[in-house]
Design a protein around this ligand. Structure first.
Ligand code: HEC
Ligand code: HEC
Length: 721
């Protein structure tokens, strides 16, 4: 029996806290022993030794003599390299017959177990643990009719999930915030596109710890300001009675006063009472530090320690119950309550849930969890920013504000308003809760320059000074703004988020469209495919030929070397040439007129600048290499592309996979197949209800159960063919 070793890097350096003891209860069964000659040797012989064997040693690697022993460092290094290739699906090379994902998965499972047995840890390459790595798990294997024998039941590895910057912000928004001026955000989020908050993405490193300590000091200093006037103790600023009772050196605090202060700080920081055990621990800590460092410093250190509790910094998801037949443990009641709250809001359990917890009326179970999810979803007074954030991070339209556009080219452009318009549209569709993905992808409705007056709760224009802002949506210049929104956009021009100006701008360059990144987005987010990263050795430049259309300039990527990657992107992005790089619908493309420009000179022969002409627009595209023949084929324009995608079962399943990743804070593995299938069924059978999808995910085994972290790395499968 061993304990579940959480990655060392997770254990924060802070204040000698209770983490180690929190982890000590987690246990796991030993993985089953399987013979190398059964699990691995035949696989290598069938798929690898042709190139890594007696006759040939590609990459100077020979595999035919390996015996499965992991005692030497050298052998472990070799096996780790093999595991990585299998994990990433990079070996055998692409043009060779593919082993099934299960077959390579089995080898990786065997290796993971053997590494653990030898006292070492085999970890998947980081990309598999990060957003963007999820598509490496084979779609075909995930949704195969039958699961492979030996696949473990769904569960998530026991973990401490560092809180998001938003949760930290919320912490300071309450009563505590009055004393939080000058506090800096200690946590970062992932940058760029994609999901920002994955459990495996962040640790609390030394610089972060430094910031947390500084913040705790600053908050406590503000909470405990006082002075002496003529020798008499005088509270100052935003002070709390309970804290003031600790500070007067003429009247040292009693245990009762110390307990009251500790309780107050727990309520402020964690929004719950201190347990009896915590009361004792913090009381003796206070007594000790006051004796060592003096009354005031000791009191302040004690109050700061509450701010540095793991619970204030991590979402604890270790699983506390008795293990079931598969060695899985359910989250404790406290953990489940927090997990559900953080899944939908950025705050710890609300008053209703906390009260139920305190009174022992909320006991972790699937049914209790479902009741809470439904209650939180139905309660309009509880803000649920996580749903909108999912849609932003999935679609990426909010990145429009990060693309610089020259005012001279379009003085009506206002990225901020484009983004908030799309936010409103998403909220509208989510509130309707019918065929949500279909609506997001195909609706002709839009909010245009639409904001809600915060105080009066009435609609108003989001920007007053961009007179023709609405032209980006294809509305005529004389269109009259209305509070009756959403409005219908002109027929035959738009279909859903991918044709919202916000999305088009987010995936554009400063002075042009960006068909490559648009296509990449469709490939990854809707088709569940992958594109290798742009190699740093490639000089990624399009020819500087302003007399050509962008499609023509992209022809350079049809060179064989470039096309192996670019065929997965460009043909999916080019239909969006239907719009200019501000998102305006167009029927021709403006290019430089070479002859006219050459002739445009003054009488001294000096150029008077470029002359433009309109070139015919080509919006054709190709859906290919999807793994679904019903989907593959040519399309004439963006609307045809989108209609086809929106009607595809595969696209729906890929959307469910993304929702899973966002709400579990990790990528799916083959073991999660039943969870994904159930979530998809819940979505389909409810007529496309996003709430039904959420309820299914948040009551799934993957959400509720935890297992030994090292037992799970291996159930990851390899890349799609
Ligand atoms: C068709 C030939 C071929 C087959 C089959 C093949 N490989 Fe390779 N492998 C190569 C070549 C060529 C290289 C070196 C170039 C590279 O890294 O892409 C290589 C490199 C590797 C490396 C990297 C060595 C290093 O320098 O780190 C590993 C590990 C590897 N292969 C493992 C495997 C495994 C495991 C299999 C079977 C599942 C396999 N290969 C099947 C051709 C092959
Ligand atoms: C291994 C895959 C791969 C190969 C090979 C490749 N590219 Fe790319 N390329 C990419 C990816 C991925 C992107 C998108 C990068 C991003 O997300 O911005 C990209 C982006 C680009 C861009 C746009 C750069 C920008 O400003 O954002 C150009 C231009 C480009 N590639 C040209 C080429 C050319 C020319 C070749 C061949 C000489 C080539 N690429 C080969 C993967 C590849």
């Amino acid at each position: 029996m061993g304990s579940w070793p959480l990655p060392r890097k997770l254990v924060p350096l802070i204040a000698g806290m209770v983490l180690a003891s929190a982890l000590s209860h987690v246990h796991a069964a030993e993985p089953p022993a399987t013979d190398f000659n059964v699990a691995v040797r035949p696989f290598l012989a069938q798929h690898c030794t042709k190139c890594h064997g007696e006759r040939k040693q590609a990459g100077k690697l020979a595999l035919h003599q390996l015996d499965g022993s992991l005692t030497s460092e050298k052998s472990r290094e070799t096996w780790a390299r093999i595991a990585e290739k299998l994990w990433l699906g990079e070996m055998p090379p692409e043009d060779e017959p593919r082993p099934s994902p299960h077959a390579s998965g089995r080898v990786v499972s065997w290796l993971t177990a053997e590494f653990a047995r030898a006292g070492h840890k085999l970890t998947p390459p980081p990309s598999l643990e990060l957003p963007g790595g999820g598509n490496r798990v084979s779609h075909e294997a995930l949704f195969a009719a039958s699961t492979t024998p030996g696949t473990p039941p769904p569960a998530t590895a026991a973990r401490l999930w560092r809180v998001s910057p938003q949760i930290y912000d919320e912490l300071l928004r309450g009563e505590l915030g009055k004393n939080a001026r000058g506090v800096t955000q200690p946590f970062s989020a992932l940058t760029g596109e994609g999901f920002k908050d994955f459990a495996g993405a962040f640790t609390v490193d030394e610089p972060t710890t430094g910031l947390l300590l500084r913040n705790a000091d600053a908050i406590v200093a503000a909470q405990t300001r006082f002075s002496y006037e003529a020798g008499k103790f005088k509270p100052a600023g935003n002070t709390m009675r309970e804290f003031m009772a600790l500070l007067d050196t003429n009247a040292p605090p009693t245990d009762v006063q110390l307990r009251a202060a500790i309780e107050r700080q727990f309520k402020l920081v964690l929004r719950r009472s201190a347990t009896a055990e915590e009361q004792e621990r913090f009381l003796s800590f206070a007594r000790k530090t006051m004796a060592d460092a003096g009354q005031v410093t000791g009191a302040r250190t004690t109050l700061a320690a509450v701010l540095l509790l793991p619970e204030a910094i991590f979402r604890s998801e270790l699983g506390a119950g008795e293990p079931d037949a598969h060695g899985r443990r359910m989250l404790s009641s406290t953990e489940l309550a927090a997990a559900l709250s953080f899944a939908l809001t950025d705050r710890p359990p609300d008053r209703a849930l906390q009260t139920a917890l305190d009174k022992g009326q909320f006991a972790a179970s699937r049914e209790a969890g479902e009741r809470e999810v439904r209650r939180i979803l139905a309660d309009d007074t509880l803000a649920k920013p996580r749903i909108l954030r999912f849609s932003r991070e999935f679609f990426g339209y909010h990145l429009a504000t990060e693309v610089f556009k020259d005012d001279k080219e379009n003085k009506d452009h206002e990225a901020r308003v484009l983004v908030s318009d799309t936010d409103r549209l998403v909220e509208f569709i989510v509130a309707q809760d019918r065929d949500v993905l279909g609506e997001l992808l195909t609706t002709r409705k839009a909010f245009v320059n639409f904001a809600v007056d915060f105080k009066k709760k009435t609609p108003k224009r989001a920007t007053e000074n961009k007179k023709n802002f609405h032209v980006a949506y294809g509305l005529p210049a004389d269109w009259q703004w209305t509070a009756e929104q959403p409005v219908e956009l002109p027929a035959g021009q738009r279909a859903g988020i991918l044709t919202q100006p916000s999305w088009l701008v987010a995936f554009s360059m400063n002075f042009d469209n960006h068909p490559i990144t648009r296509g990449k987005w469709v490939r990854e987010r809707l088709l569940g495919g992958t594109v290798p990263d742009l190699p740093i050795t490639v000089d990624a430049q399009l020819p500087n030929t302003p007399e050509q259309t962008l499609r023509q300039r992209l022809e350079v990527t049809k060179a064989e070397y470039c096309w192996q990657c670019h065929q997965r992107m460009n043909p999916l992005g080019l239909p969006f040439e239907q719009f200019d790089h501000f998102g305006r619908f167009r029927t021709t493309e403006r290019v430089q007129d070479k002859e006219a420009t050459a002739a445009n000179v003054d009488n001294k022969g000096k150029s008077r600048g470029p002359v433009f002409k309109e070139a015919p627009l080509d919006t054709r595209g190709v859906i290919a290499l999807t793994g679904d023949i019903r989907l593959d084929g040519d399309v004439t324009d963006p609307l045809a592309l989108i209609q086809k995608l929106a009607g595809s079962e595969r696209v729906r399943l890929v959307f469910v996979r993304h929702a899973f990743r966002y709400w579990m804070g990790r990528n799916e593995t083959l073991a999660d197949a039943p969870v994904l299938k159930a979530a998809d069924r819940a979505y389909v059978e409810s007529g496309g209800s996003f709430k039904a999808l959420l309820v299914s995910l948040l009551t799934s085994d993957a959400f509720l159960y935890r297992v030994n972290p090292s037992s799970r790395a291996a159930s990851v499968s390899t890349a799609p063919p």
